[in-house]
Design a protein around this ligand. Structure first.
Ligand code: SF4
Length: 493
């Protein structure tokens, strides 16, 4: 059942989905009908004001709930985003994203959380293509105003009390002071890697894991409860990495914290000297080790980017309240060149960059042909000049692992020939390492790519030889040098 679902029966859910699909398929027609309805509602203004909003609230809300419930499976969020979302109600997304799809969409277009549902955001893209603008607007749909939940959005139209449209931000980008940003700006081919936080309160358990990365990476990207599992926080680990002389990239997901907590964390991170933040939606709580936890999803990756950008460049919280000192941050986002369809992926990238992404880190890329095609589209739009693209790679331990990755990590595509190579290899682990090296060389040859991001979960010991044999550092000393000091924290949790 849908994570945020009301308990409908299967037949009712099927019927609702059928109506929703019809609406999206006829989004152009519905847009025109909606425009006409809005004109009628506005024309009723004098009458509505004469009767008074207090008397109209209940009947208008009731009619709106019934009509929009039938047509759009509307949740009456009170911050209607139908017209901005291809006539697909984003509140039906189990992660409650206002902008999507998330990285979890399945290859057949169904939802990561509930495979019985078509991804509502894929529908939004399809619906938008049939509407006047032909695509979703670049500016992300703002987060909902939860205090308006259950309220009519028609009544404010009738009485002339419409909320102001959010102002477009054209404030200049403030420099972050990030060493990673300087490296991107210099045109150096950058090497980053994933760092998995321990299940421990001992800093030594962080420092001890740093050995394979020393002298091999420019920055380490710290996961934030990856797979919705509980570990040491990304903020805590990022601080420890900075103490060890490593440039950290702090992942921030929207799964566990609301907009108040996230903005506070961004200020705290910047105050400590963390300069790089990767803005993510995060896996659904149902996937992790605390499936009974509440999935927050107050922001999504797009609105998190826009919020962090507003804090940095305009010096204001999302609420508009002024900051006495703005955070200095380099903002990143995730992408997935292997997800289908490519048009939606490119559109998603375009929107994330417009929302504030300055670097983009991708999911694992095992298919160079597909990546080449993706990069052709990226270069055609000049997106690589607006954000540094860092491509995800990693060694695969065996054919069994390859199949597991395909089945369990959304959007991962491993060509059949690669799986066969692993299957036939005498030493599959070594073969996986060789494939990873070949991929790095192939990725480097594609124009417009700014670097690689190595994800070698539980195979971190292979990283030094992968970096050396691929010659990806080309003899230069990375930001996290082999001579960086090892802080002594043993026994100080
Ligand atoms: S795939 Fe992701 S974005 Fe799409 S409906 Fe499911 S949770 Fe939401």
């Amino acid at each position: 059942m849908r994570a945020n679902a009301v308990p409908y029966g299967i037949a009712e859910v099927d019927a609702m989905q059928a109506v929703r699909h019809w609406v999206v398929r006829h989004a152009g027609l519905v847009e025109r009908a909606y425009g006409a309805l809005y004109a009628v509602l506005r024309a009723m203004g004098p009458l509505a004001r004469a009767i008074g909003p207090t008397h109209l609230r209940k009947p208008v809300t009731g009619v709106e709930r019934a009509v929009k419930g039938f047509l759009f499976d509307c949740r009456m969020c009170g911050s209607c985003a139908l017209s901005a979302n291809g006539m697909a109600c984003p509140m039906n997304c189990p992660k409650q994203l206002r902008n999507g799809p998330c990285g979890g969409i399945r290859h057949d277009g169904t939802c990561e959380v509930d495979p019985a549902l078509r991804c509502v955001h894929l529908e939004a893209w399809r619906g938008a293509a049939r509407m006047r603008a032909g695509q979703l607007a670049l500016a992300p749909t703002p987060p909902p105003r939860h205090e308006r939940a259950g309220n009519s959005t028609w009544l404010p139209l009738m009485v002339g009390d419409e909320p102001d449209a959010a102002a477009e931000s054209d404030v200049p980008v403030r420099p972050s002071g990030s060493r990673l940003e300087a490296l991107f700006a210099s045109g150096t081919f950058v090497v980053t890697a994933e760092f998995s936080p321990p299940d421990s309160a001992d800093p030594a358990d962080v420092f001890i894991r740093l050995d394979p990365f020393r002298g091999n990476v420019d920055a380490l990207n710290v996961t934030d409860g990856s797979g919705a599992n509980c570990h040491m926080s990304s903020l805590g680990v990022a601080v420890l990495l900075a103490q060890a002389g490593c440039e950290p990239v702090m992942q921030v997901t929207c799964r566990d914290r609301n907009r108040i907590a996230i903005q506070g964390d961004l200020l705290g991170a910047a105050a400590i000297g963390i300069r790089n933040v990767l803005c993510l939606t995060g896996d659904h709580v149902g996937k992790g080790d605390h499936p009974g936890a509440r999935h927050v999803g107050d922001l999504d990756s797009h609105t998190l980017l826009a919020t962090a950008r507003q804090m940095r460049d305009a010096g204001r919280f999302l609420s508009g309240r002024k900051l006495s000192a703005a955070p200095r941050l380099l903002l990143g986002a995730a992408a997935n060149p292997s997800a289908l369809p490519l048009d939606v992926e490119i559109g998603r990238l375009r929107r994330k960059i417009a929302a504030g992404a300055q670097f983009v880190q991708t999911q694992y890329c095992f298919d160079l042909e597909r990546l080449d095609e993706y990069m052709r589209r990226v270069r055609a739009e000049g997106l690589h000049q607006r954000a540094a693209l860092v491509i995800g790679v990693g060694p695969i331990a065996s054919a069994k692992t390859a199949r597991w990755l395909q089945e369990n990590i959304p959007g991962v595509h491993i060509p059949a020939a690669m799986v066969a190579r692993l299957e036939q290899a005498r030493d599959p682990r070594e073969e996986g390492r060789r494939i990873c090296i070949e991929l790095i060389r192939g990725i480097r040859a594609i124009p417009g790519i700014a670097g690689i991001h190595v994800m070698a979960y539980r195979m971190e010991h292979l990283l030094p030889s992968i970096i050396a044999d691929s010659d990806v550092l080309a003899g230069r000393t990375p930001l996290f040098s082999a001579t960086s000091p090892i802080p002594d924290h043993r026994g100080q949790p």
